[in-house]
Design a protein around this ligand. Structure first.
Ligand code: SF4
Length: 173
């Protein structure tokens, strides 16, 4: 059987790159967090860094440190054993920050009654964007990131920055 060609992500990717450049003037950093997935969602996420999708050219990078992350990409059904890791990761991330729940497990469609899991990520984190699929395709992930960038921009606009050089309440950006 001939493998199907990769999806054409050109329009979504170009829009995403343009928005990141326009809204933030720098690249965005993503921390991934697996709360008990089967690893297929992670495989699709990793594909985003492959040459065909080339996430880095869009100004998006994965970071191992939550302290450098703007965006948290969460997979899995939120196993209870992960509660402490989830809380520490979320607390370590600076504001503004957004959460993207990835895959049917994270959205509550696979383990809704498992006693070892919350069953959905929005029971433990303030999810901003939901990306369905089992697993979601890289194109679906890019769509989710595009929406998340808009939410991040809204949150950044709502923040008030105070510095020694600026009058209180002004935004020095
Ligand atoms: S949503 Fe599907 S692919 Fe993703 S972790 Fe759950 S079972 Fe695996």
């Amino acid at each position: 059987m001939t493998p199907s060609p990769p999806e054409d992500v050109g329009p979504v990717a170009d829009e995403l790159a343009a928005r990141i450049r326009h809204l933030f003037g720098r690249s965005l950093h993503i921390r991934t967090l697996d709360t008990g997935s089967c690893a297929a969602c992670e495989s699709e996420i990793r594909l985003l860094s492959a040459p065909h999708y080339d996430l880095h050219r869009l100004g998006l990078f994965f970071t191992p440190s939550p302290r450098h992350a703007d965006l948290l990409l969460v997979t899995g059904p939120a196993l209870r054993v992960m509660d402490e890791a989830v809380a520490k990761t979320w607390t370590a991330m600076p504001d503004p920050k957004v959460v993207v729940a990835v895959g049917a497990c994270a959205l509550g469609g696979v383990y809704p009654r498992d006693p070892f899991a919350h069953g959905q990520v929005d029971d433990i984190l303030p999810v901003d964007v939901y990306v369905p699929g089992c697993p979601p395709s890289p194109l679906a992930l890019l769509h989710g990131l595009l929406v998340a960038v808009g939410k991040l921009s809204d949150k950044a606009g709502a923040l008030t920055f105070v510095s020694d050089d600026s009058p209180e309440g002004s935004d020095p950006r």
